[in-house]
Design a protein around this ligand. Structure first.
Ligand SMILES: Cc1cc2nc3c(=O)[nH]c(=O)nc-3n(C[C@H](O)[C@H](O)[C@H](O)COP(=O)(O)O)c2cc1C
Length: 146
């Protein structure tokens, strides 16, 4: 059993309201629960940042679904590597919508919080991305299906 995590950033096709974000999460949670995939999704200023963790084949299959989703594009894979254990095992997909106030607490990620942020222009340090996701993961909400 090879446990991996995968982190990516993407650009949302438009500004999504809560209802659309809930639909994305419901679909994510349904698949992830069935395939023991866990993780965290952040939505900020028209961009997504997500970490997926689980069995290699399940994570890759989830990412394939995500890649082909037309609600975002410009997907930039930041990190995909083996991990000894999960960091987000409480959530089949945690979620946080991040606002400007959150930016102050995370100056290292200031470019990520700016308007018109382009994922491809961000020289993300993988360790920093995971740190940010973990930080927000401490106070996120969870959507359960079924
Ligand atoms: C930002 C974003 C994150 C997503 N995260 C996941 C995820 O973690 N797992 C998953 O299975 N689908 C995820 N999806 C949803 C899938 O891309 C898509 O909704 C799914 O392939 C549709 O399948 P369904 O009709 O079976 O729900 C995500 C979509 C977006 C836009």
């Amino acid at each position: 059993m090879a446990l991996i995590h995968l982190i990516y950033i993407s650009t949302a096709k438009k500004q999504y309201e809560s209802a659309e974000l809930d639909r994305i999460l419901e679909s994510a949670v349904r698949y992830n629960t069935e395939h023991a995939v866990t993780g965290m999704l952040l939505y900020v200023g028209g961009c997504f940042m997500q970490v997926l963790e689980g069995e290699e084949s399940s994570v890759d299959a989830a990412f394939a679904r995500i890649r082909s989703d037309s609600r975002h594009d410009g997907i930039l894979l930041i990190q995909r590597e083996s991990i000894p254990q999960r960091s987000f095992d409480r959530w089949s997909m945690g979620f946080r919508r991040i606002g400007p106030a959150d930016a102050d607490a995370h100056p290292a990620f200031a470019p990520f919080f700016k308007r018109n942020f382009k994922p491809s222009s961000m020289g993300v340090k993988p360790g920093l991305a995971l740190e940010l996701l973990k930080d927000f993961g401490l106070s996120q909400r969870e959507i359960r299906v079924g």
